[in-house]
Design a protein around this ligand. Sequence first.
Ligand code: GLN
Length: 482
Amino acid sequence: MSLVSLSVSEMRSGLLNREFSAVELAQAHLDRLSELDPSVKAFVTVDPETTLAQAKHAQARIDSGDATPMLGIPIALKDNMVTKGMRTTCSSKILENYVPQYQGTAASKLESLGAVFLGKTNLDEFAMGTSTEYSAFFATRNPWNLECVPGGSSGGSAAAVASQMAPISFGSDTGGSVRQPASLCGVVGFKPTYGRVSRYGLIAFASSLDQIGPFARCVSDAIDAFESVMGRDAMDSTTIEASYDASVARTPALNGKRLAMPRELFSDDISPDVRAVVRDALDAMSNSGAIIEEVSLPIIEHGVSTYYIIAPAEASSNLARFDGVRYGLRVDGANSIDMMTNTRSAGFGKEVQERIIIGTYVLSSGYYDAFYAKACQARTLMKRQFEEVFTKYDAVICPTSPTTAFRLGEKLDDPMALKLADFCTIPANMGGFPALSLPCGLANGLPVGLQLIAKSFDEEHLFSIALATEEVLPKIGMPAIA
Ligand code: GLN
């Protein structure tokens, strides 16, 4: 039996039944990491000493009779989640040597539940991108085909789980950065409702859209991971205490569920092979009693353009704090303005600089009403059109990504093509809705993801549908590398 291929619940029972120790489990994952990460390149930072110390501590808790759900479970965190004493880079030169003095809420919760940190995973710089090629350090590769991208921006976290270097990882999703890489790497990825998980200690990209969410190899593990980090947090005033019934979440239900299939997300913008696999998945679901109907959500057409006004606007403001004074890199200059200019032009990559420029432009006087205010109106319309659908349907169902994983470098000269990769995922961020991607088949040997979107704070029903859907979908297996 290979420890790295177990599900989280199998790991938990193995630990509690003393079939293996938390240290053995952590070591098995560290071995896996040393074997595969030189080719996958999922991790920016690993610190085996800390990992093994945490595992020892977890084992001591197990030995004393503690049975907290995450105890001894190895996890990986995207490197924009602040970890005390562990380098947190955002895959940017500007934070290359930044070692935080504090820990974010999600990481703290996981730590107190006894999870064992394997390390920090690669991302597109400041979570801006869809392929992880915009990391200032190196590109991560897709475990299904090392010549392909893992998706992004949480590509490292997705690749780590797909290649069994970690059973669970966390990413952040602003416009699709958990769901899209999950889809491209053939794993489950979940973006919670906005306000469900604290953003304290998540280095901000676009604060009104960002949410931390888990990756896992099955829906049940993703639920475990989500439940470990959810809840109101005094450190993030956008979190609220909303009801959540864990037993509903764990009860698979598809029969009689009403699912809406937006015509706009089955259009020619979605590649024919992805559409075919997703349609087969929908057939399997309706054979199990789901009632699937086509609806129209015309506002979806404006999703990408609206997002690329709102997200850069917020980023331009959030990234103003990286000025050479308070954190990370500092490149000196003749005066303070020169110092800041030198620091920011050396520290930020091209994509990040472009977004700061666009964001500053759309917020500037004279353009604010024409661009930013209009985008906010479009966002409200998008939220309303979806909410209208949720009055009649339990969930919206659609592809997660318009294509399967593309080749490294293939879209680098075409930034627009990279941005269109979020066509199907952006609406959930705009409306704040919870959304989950699960693998539903392969097209030319590469995974295809199916996305389920539910109304805000209805995670429990979304999970229940996802669990039942997972049962009827074909199993894609593991990439050859694993
Ligand atoms: N791909 C989108 C972007 O580049 C979304 C990123 C994200 O969700 N963090 O902005």
